[in-house]
Design a binder for this molecule. Structure first.
Ligand SMILES: NC(=O)c1ccc[n+]([C@@H]2O[C@H](COP(=O)([O-])OP(=O)(O)OC[C@H]3O[C@@H](n4cnc5c(N)ncnc54)[C@H](O)[C@@H]3O)[C@@H](O)[C@H]2O)c1
Length: 274
């Protein structure tokens, strides 16, 4: 089936959505599910007949996503939990709740994250800690809690939405780049360590994707979309759906030999040294 994705930028082509029948019935735990990339992943996995546990701090956004998912997929089994991934006890309880409801956790999608775009001389310790707590430590708490269940059940998949700024650097993003680089490294470490338990761990490294996070940066004057577009060989921003398609592949058995990888979806941004 070919669908047209609304990008708001010229040059985006309709793409045929892939299909991974093996995902049917899998239990997917998705953090940061209320908006942007996490929301798009919820739709993509729901389309594949998975069962969903959705976590976010934004109760209203989470409820709206649950309602729109049930409208689109009336037989979907979905549960939501309002929590911060920085709260390790709440994360543990949320994963327990997923197992109580669905019996297992097959796929963890670490999407919750925040941007941090500010001159390094002005970043306060509280701002630094917030970025590291959410973009790095929270990912570890969720991964560890999910992996304990995956070990017991004989395997699973963990995907973390890192960033191309986990692989390259840019001014005024010290806490973000450092946290995302650390999370790419964390995923590689966990991939090596948990391979014996049949747990695959990969990170996804998007470039500029048109979500609330990026629109907020544009709105605050922290990002010039024309400069970004010109710097990107494909000459546009990406869409959340394009990132979600990559997650489907990595979560599926088609990627059975892929682990410890950081996969880029950035329109060529990181390849462009000019
Ligand atoms: N949009 C981009 O261009 C882009 C590029 C590269 C990487 N990323 C990464 O992708 C992920 C999703 O980004 P997005 O653009 O969809 O952002 P977004 O702001 O649209 O959505 C992020 C979601 O995470 C939730 N969240 C934030 N902190 C949380 C916490 N402590 N606990 C639970 N939920 C929390 C928010 O409430 C929100 O619903 C982030 O990790 C981000 O760093 C985004």
């Amino acid at each position: 089936m070919s669908v047209t994705i609304s990008m708001g930028h010229p040059g985006a082509q309709p793409f045929g959505q892939a299909s991974y029948p093996g995902l049917q019935g899998k239990v997917v735990f998705n953090t940061g599910a209320a908006k942007g990339i996490g929301r798009a992943m919820s739709h993509a996995f729901a389309r594949h007949g998975t069962r969903l546990m959705l976590l976010d701090m934004d109760a209203e956004g989470l409820d709206a996503v649950r309602v729109e998912l049930l409208a689109a997929f009336p037989t979907l089994e979905v549960q939501t939990v309002v929590a911060s991934i920085t709260d390790d006890l709440a994360v543990e309880q949320a994963v327990s709740a997923a197992v109580a409801r669905f019996g297992r956790v097959d796929v963890l999608l670490n999407n919750a994250g925040v941007s941090m775009n500010k001159p390094s001389l002005e970043v306060t310790p509280a701002e630094w800690r917030r970025a590291v707590d959410i973009d790095l430590s929270g990912v570890f708490y969720c991964s560890q809690a999910a992996a304990k269940r995956m070990v017991a059940q004989g395997g699973g998949v963990i995907l973390t939405t890192a960033s191309m700024f986990g692989l390259i650097s840019a001014a005024r993003r010290a806490a973000y780049c450092a946290s995302k680089a650390a999370v790419v490294s964390l995923c590689k470490t966990l991939a090596v360590e948990w391979a014996e338990h049949n747990i695959r761990v990969n990170s996804i490294c998007p470039g500029y994707i048109q979500t609330a996070l990026v629109e907020d940066l544009i709105h605050r004057g922290a990002l010039d979309v024309d400069v970004i577009t010109r710097r990107t060989p494909l000459n546009r921003l990406g869409s959340p759906q394009e990132v979600a398609e990559m997650a489907l592949f990595l979560a599926s058995d088609c990627a059975a030999f892929v682990t410890g990888h950081a996969m880029v979806a950035d329109g060529g941004f990181t390849a462009n040294g000019f």
